[in-house]
Write a protein that binds this ligand. Structure first.
Ligand SMILES: [Zn+2]
Ligand SMILES: [Zn+2]
Length: 232
């Protein structure tokens, strides 16, 4: 394993630019822009409540630090700009996300919904009964760290074993991981083509937020909930 600082910079730039471009294009779609306005209105009302700002702020701060550690200190060891076999690009993305989602499922179900102290930590996030965009950040900093650490450990661990991964694969896996978690929490009411999938995944996570006894523990796919009988 070598530290490829240039690949690290390319990864950071790719994630940043794709995010900006993706949001710019996505919100050109009138239906999505409409949902954005609704979420922003709800978010503003929630942020006016005293308990939101400090939690949101500390969650973002912890997320920033763990992201920096990932991009600057860890990812450059397991990524490359060299071409990989064609079949690997997408397989690597799927591999990283499935392994992460498996460990996230276990942590969410058996730790955050299972062990006394961690249940109290997770209860901060479950204060949101009808989630909107901001609730992706209504997370106790310890929980933010756990989630980030699971993704980082999955990506770097797999990279050390099966890598190095191409920069593009890690960028795509990271973008999907972050944005699926964000989208999961948005309020979306678009039950028609081509938004049915979007509508489905937001509804599934909204069900998880009704109270702390509901299923749907995984964050990327419903596969593990389906397999282990916790799909709600
Ligand atoms: Zn939960
Ligand atoms: Zn949630």
């Amino acid at each position: 394993m070598t530290y490829d600082w240039f690949a690290g910079l390319v990864l950071l730039a790719a994630v940043f630019l794709t995010t900006r471009l993706g949001y710019f294009l996505a919100f050109k779609v009138p239906a999505l822009q409409r949902m954005r306005v609704i979420n922003r209105e709800q978010d503003a009302l929630k942020m006016a409540k005293g308990h939101y700002p400090p939690v949101v702020k500390s969650s973002i701060r912890v997320g920033l630090v763990t992201n920096l550690v990932f991009f600057l200190a860890l990812a450059p060891f397991v990524i490359t700009l060299e071409a990989r076999p064609a079949w690997r690009y997408l397989i690597d993305v799927v591999l990283i996300l499935l392994v992460f989602d498996f460990f996230y499922y276990l942590a969410h179900r058996f730790l955050l919904h299972g062990v006394g102290y961690f249940v109290r930590v997770h209860a901060v996030h479950h204060q949101a009964h009808e989630p909107t965009h901001i609730d992706a950040y209504l997370v106790h900093p310890l929980e933010t760290f756990i989630g980030q650490a699971l993704f980082i450990a999955s990506a770097t661990g797999l990279g050390a074993l099966a890598g190095p991964f191409h920069v593009g694969s890690v960028a795509l896996a990271y973008l999907l991981y972050v944005n699926i978690n964000l989208v999961n929490h948005t309020a979306v009411d678009l039950p028609y083509f081509p938004f049915k999938t979007l509508n489905y995944i937001t509804t599934k996570h909204a069900i998880h937020h009704i109270d702390m006894s509901k299923g749907n523990y995984a964050t990327i796919t419903m596969m593990y909930d389906y397999a282990f009988g916790t799909l709600d």
